[in-house]
Design a protein around this ligand. Structure first.
Ligand code: SAH
Ligand code: SF4
Length: 339
């Protein structure tokens, strides 16, 4: 049986092929991680070795199609071995900085009320090589990527082992060499796994989909809150911050008339200290069959200004990729198996 090469480290490549020279594993790793997905194009390897690679290794995912938005955002629809589909997005900012937004599950089982992926339910966890292959398809098509956010489909901390391996590959200096501070894991707050990350790494940045610090409302919008209440979640964030020294991102998907009330602001301001945070305001992106309202730009600004006035660092997520349903929470591939 062929071995999926994407999530193998250099030594594992040498080992699995019983290569005579260890450096060959390093060469192959570099080719793969720089997006060369055809073994015959690995031109510094002998023809014989390339044939061996072809016989023993493979890339499991295929590119189904690509959508490019008017703002340059690219969304790949990717077909997995079992014919499930997932999506990966590439965002390029004004300075040319490229961020990959990767998926960790086909679907998601966490059921957040405002999220399109949540409506799909969970089909399955992705393998580590399926997570890495999204990046390889992006790198192969669009060149070097500087940042990674795990904000595509699925809940990263429900698939921590495979996430961990994928991050190890992305971080490896012989491949993309992306530092942990340029990788963000976004979670709806799976508390025991947050401690696991604090203890055992990877020490990436963490973003919590807080949405609101009002416990009753949060339990309605983010069902994970019923298992892991806000106090426990905050303790886990404090612990992570103490261990890693990293600032935490709090994501607030702004839902007009729902979590933009004065009492939401009040509970948010109470929730924050002594955490060091940046609050990321994400105007809700409409998604089919989900009945919330998006806030107007002036309502977003008002919410933002209230935080700024209170001395909180705020960023607003730019609305990219909406035209191609590639924005946050819009990632959803209608999979016949789920109908
Ligand atoms: N499961 C993880 C990561 C994937 S969701 C999490 O929930 O954090 C990535 C981000 O998209 C999260 O911050 C989530 O709250 C946000 N999101 C989900 N649906 C959205 C929507 N319709 N509009 C805007 N943001 C949304
Ligand atoms: Fe899953 Fe995140 Fe969507 Fe919630 S917001 S359903 S955790 S993908």
């Amino acid at each position: 049986m062929k071995i999926p090469v994407a999530s193998l480290l250099p030594d594992e490549i040498s080992g699995s092929l019983s290569l005579r020279h260890k450096y060959q594993g390093t060469q192959i790793f570099k080719w793969v991680q720089s997006g060369t997905l055809e073994f015959q194009n690995m031109t510094n390897l002998s023809k014989e070795l390339r044939r061996t690679l072809y016989e023993k290794l493979y890339i499991s995912s295929g590119l189904e199609n690509t959508l490019t938005g008017s703002d340059g955002t690219v969304k790949l629809k990717i077909k997995l071995e079992d014919a499930s589909f997932i999506e990966a997005v590439l965002l390029t900012d004004r300075n040319g900085r490229k961020t990959a937004c990767l998926s960790v599950q086909a679907g998601c089982g966490m059921g957040c009320a405002f999220c399109r992926t949540g409506k799909m339910g969970l089909k399955r966890n992705l393998k580590s090589y399926e997570i890495v292959e999204q990046m390889l398809l992006l790198v192969s098509g669009y060149g070097r990527i500087t940042n990674i956010v795990f904000m595509g489909m699925g809940e990263p901390l429900e698939n921590l082992e495979n996430l961990r391996r994928a991050v190890e590959i992305f971080h490896h200096p012989g491949g993309c060499g992306i530092s942990f501070r340029k990788i963000t894991v976004s979670t709806c707050g799976i508390v025991p796994k947050m401690y696991d990350m604090a203890e055992n790494g990877p020490h990436t940045r963490i973003a919590l989909s807080l949405i609101t610090a009002d416990p009753v409302l949060r339990s309605m919008l983010v069902p994970a809150n019923r298992r892991y209440p806000l106090k426990e979640t905050k303790d886990a964030l404090l612990y992570y911050q103490k261990k890693t020294g990293k600032r935490i991102t709090l994501e607030i998907v702004l839902l007009k008339g729902v979590n933009d009330r004065a009492e939401d602001m009040e509970s948010l301001l109470k929730f924050i200290p002594p955490l060091k945070v940046v609050v990321n305001i994400i105007p809700w992106n409409p998604a089919e069959d989900i009945h919330f309202k998006e806030p107007s730009p002036s309502e977003v600004l008002r919410f933002k200004n209230r935080l700024v006035k209170a001395g909180v660092a705020v960023t607003e997520r730019y609305r990219r990729g909406r035209g191609i349903n590639g924005a946050c929470g819009q990632l959803c591939v209608i999979d016949p198996a789920l109908k």
